[in-house]
Design a protein around this ligand. Sequence first.
Ligand SMILES: Cc1cc2nc3c(=O)[nH]c(=O)nc-3n(C[C@H](O)[C@H](O)[C@H](O)COP(=O)(O)OP(=O)(O)OC[C@H]3O[C@@H](n4cnc5c(N)ncnc54)[C@H](O)[C@@H]3O)c2cc1C
Length: 492
Amino acid sequence: MAEPELVDVVVLGLGVGGEEVAGRLAEAGLTVVGVERDLVGGECPYWGCVPSKMMIRAANAVAEARRVDGLAGTAQVTPEWAPVAKRIREEATDDWDDRVAVQRFTDKGGRFVRGSGRIDGPGRVRVGDQVFQARHGIVLGTGTRPSVPPVDGLAETPYWTNRAAIEVEELPASLLVLGGGAIGLELAQVFARFGVRVTVVEALDRVLAVEEPESSEAAAAALRADGVEIHTGVKAARVEHGAGGFTLRGTEGEEFTAERLLVVTGRRAHLDELGLDTVGVDASGRYLPVNDRLHVTDGIWAVGDVTGEGAFTHVAMYQASIVVADVLDHVRRADGGADPSGTASVVGGAVGSASSLAATGSSGAAGSVPRADYRALPRVTFTDPEIGAVGLTEQQARERGINVQVGFTRLSSSARGWIHRTDEVGFIKLVADADQGVLIGATSAGPAGGEVLSALVVAVHAAVPLTQLRHMIYAYPTFHRAISDALRNLGR
Ligand SMILES: Cc1cc2nc3c(=O)[nH]c(=O)nc-3n(C[C@H](O)[C@H](O)[C@H](O)COP(=O)(O)OP(=O)(O)OC[C@H]3O[C@@H](n4cnc5c(N)ncnc54)[C@H](O)[C@@H]3O)c2cc1C
């Protein structure tokens, strides 16, 4: 067995969260080994957020051009997929090559190891023949993979997950999308706008089921307007694939056919691969439970999708800043004793200087590491209209026994919505805690729903009193001005 190599920290998985933690700890002067088996950067830049939003940008341009009719004359649009695929290949992903990302990490002083790593006892990580002993800790940023339902026959077919859908160079004539969550709807709308005959099949009784029912209605209406067929309440029983493409059969005898099948029914962490048993951590759950400083257990932190706290890049980045601060705090305590001023340099050569620690932006002082707080977790479904949401839905708030007040307004009844004309489904919905006099949740659906959301995120995050929200000035005629109408309607 190879002699373990002593380092400060090992980061397993260099997706969004792991890369951020590893890079910042290396910049702080720690000896950091970053292990990645696939591409540094993870799902978001290569098969997730970035390329999917490039596709959406292109599809929205097509849709906007089609709106010229009736507003500004006539326009003929001939959508072509080739420029979209080229942009994804060349600009977003470097043809799915991570050389730039690897160098970004090594330029910060990190040591990169390509391979699949697993924990091999306390503080120890094994990657093939290499074994590292981490003096200060291990950070797990191993993300998730698509969760494919156990539908009869499915595993034997060449179904797509998000990766094939993002990499596609030539569009199929027709596409079945199994799963009506955010990713399924975003991709369904894109492909429909490029002329693919798209059918969405969802097991629950509405698409976008984790959001407000009004959001589900808005998304479904918008997609149907783009020609997407939506079938809810359909439980997939069997999938077949042959020369004619895919056939999906539901438990009630429903039948859908298409050239391609995209399965987007959620994602799951693969904890069983991480060697957690060697450190006494239960690996049987769907995700890795963490506390509010992202500790899994002594000397092990987790970050990003693997924690199950929200499968979003902004959650991974938010958690990463807490992990960085906490690891550095831990290093100070371990090497120099608690140092409330945060100015002591770490002994043992692990940290070069006090200023390098300060440069990480961590608060420095022991005990002042920020705690994770997900009350104001924002999420945006980038359909057109965009559907942004923060905090609790009305139903979640009622289930918690909160004295709920709801305020609702349609964008079409606001000046900007009326001027815009093309948005019939946009709305603002506010969920307030009437006893506390603050917003605890909100949804903003509309042409810039994700941007309008920012004001609502601040309101929920900072618990801005409703009285203050009612007495501030909202620019006319913006989409966000509809927030003041929804506030007026609270409790009505
Ligand atoms: C189609 C799609 C669209 C999305 N759009 C958005 C969006 O618009 N906005 C948003 O906020 N989020 C979006 N997301 C979610 C976002 O991509 C994830 O939340 C984010 O990538 C999570 O980062 P992570 O670091 O936790 O994990 P990942 O990005 O999954 O990275 C984990 C990395 O760990 C590596 N790894 C795993 N196990 C090991 C091991 N044992 N050894 C070595 N390496 C390992 C993997 O290869 C992977 O590179 C989207 C996701 C998809 C699929």
